[in-house]
Design a binder for this molecule. Structure first.
Ligand SMILES: [Zn+2]
Length: 407
């Protein structure tokens, strides 16, 4: 009976997606290259911390590239992004756990007889307790705007073993009813706090789809948060309420336009409200309190305030815990009418991009603007290639997409 209850608790699905790659698209991938997406929804994975064993609900996606050579089928771990609910540790609640593959750290073997894929890799792990205790890495931007606050992150080494129920047939649309079974294990190798010592989960796969198409669109949830306040002047001064977010529609539409160019869909959730007159004009001392007011594990929050105090504190906006599932943005309504692309720029930080020449292109959207100047409305392939966040996931049915960069 217990086993049955456990099975009911667990929801797994795996999508295999095969992409035929044609040189004609200009976005070169190796001929015969394919993509396999494993969608993960796992309740009750084991999470061990300094206060002992707990449970975490994991969600996210694992993506493999499959290359068929004459001799064998080779798998390469392309991305791994997971978010887990936190646990209580000796230094407090960890907050949501963000897990992201470190590029070029994975090794994968595939045994076609047993249909087992076995990967070892390193991941970047972040949980908000780290920020609360260690603070942020202060941007070294000199004269330029300081709007990209990175978190200290821990490194875990992991293994992922997936047993497929059928051999993948590349380039053919197919569905594997019996799916696959997955085991994941991660332990820290480089600690900042060291409050989490192990993550372990066994994943039962119920669904596998092979879909032969070129490019897929990935989505990320964005949660707008507005401040509700009592105006102190005007016709109804002191007797009614108003909200921030007057710049929302414009900044949202420009952000969607820019990130669509990278086949990244911004899924804006309905706005939520924080009631506090103090947050309307926001000082740096108030930023942490405002950000603590709302935190959705599966979305990047964007807090809209009227203006910063002092004006121009971070330029047009700021991103904290950039590149992690815990990323949060503050942007200012006073960006309008000039700075139309500030939110698109800050979302670039949330997607792990630094100002150029880090991992983004000079003169592109990721060029800092300063206050009262617009970020360039230019998107590059380099920006698209390097955009990553554990919250980026595909949707079923898959949305096809072709990049439309404009620089
Ligand atoms: Zn910036």
């Amino acid at each position: 009976m217990e086993v049955r209850v456990k099975l009911v608790k667990i929801v797994f699905s795996v999508v295999f997606l095969c992409l035929f790659c044609f040189a004609a698209t200009g976005l070169a991938q190796e001929k015969g290259g394919s993509i396999m997406v494993m969608k993960i929804e796992k309740k009750g994975a084991a999470l061990t911390g300094t206060k002992g064993k707990g449970e975490t609900s994991l969600s996210g996606e694992v993506v493999y590239r499959i290359i068929q050579t004459r001799k064998a089928m080779a798998f390469e771990l392309d991305s791994l992004g997971l978010v887990g609910t936190g646990i209580n540790t000796e230094r407090g609640e960890s907050g949501n756990i963000s897990i992201k593959l470190k590029p070029k750290t994975s090794r994968t073997k595939y045994d076609p007889k047993r249909r087992v894929i076995e990967s070892t890799f390193l991941v970047e792990v972040h949980y908000p307790l780290i920020d609360r205790i260690k603070g942020y890495i202060v941007p070294k931007e000199g004269e330029r705007e300081m709007d990209d606050y990175r978190s200290y992150t821990e490194t875990f080494e992991g293994t992922l073993v997936s047993q497929l129920s059928e051999s993948p047939r590349l380039g053919k649309k197919m569905e594997m009813k019996k799916g696959a079974a997955v085991t994941i294990k991660m332990n820290p190798t480089e600690k900042v706090l060291g409050e989490i010592s192990q993550l372990y989960g066994e994943f039962r796969v119920i669904d596998v789809i092979i879909f032969p198409r070129l490019y897929i669109k990935r989505y990320i949830n964005v949660q707008p948060v507005f401040v509700r306040y009592t105006p102190d002047q005007g016709c109804f001064g002191g007797t009614t309420t108003a909200t921030t977010g007057g710049s929302f529609n414009t900044l949202r539409d420009r952000s969607i336009e820019m990130w669509n160019r990278c086949c990244i869909g911004l899924n804006f959730l309905p706005p939520v409200y924080v009631e506090n007159d103090d947050y309307r004009i926001l000082s740096s001392a108030e930023e942490a309190n405002l950000r603590a007011e709302y935190n959705d594990a599966n979305a990047v929050e964007v807090f809209f305030v009227e203006v910063s105090d002092p004006v121009g504190l971070h330029g047009g906006g700021v991103c904290f815990s950039s590149g992690t599932a815990n990323a949060q943005i503050i942007t200012y309504d006073t960006n309008l009418p000039i700075n139309l692309y500030n939110l698109a720029h800050e979302l670039g930080h949330a997607l792990g991009l630094f100002h150029p020449p880090g991992n983004s292109t000079p003169a592109s959207l990721m060029e800092p603007s300063g206050f009262c100047a617009d970020n360039p409305a230019l998107m590059s392939n380099e920006n698209c290639d390097n955009a990553s966040n554990p919250l980026l996931t595909t949707r079923i049915p898959l949305t096809l997409c072709i990049r439309n960069t404009n620089m």
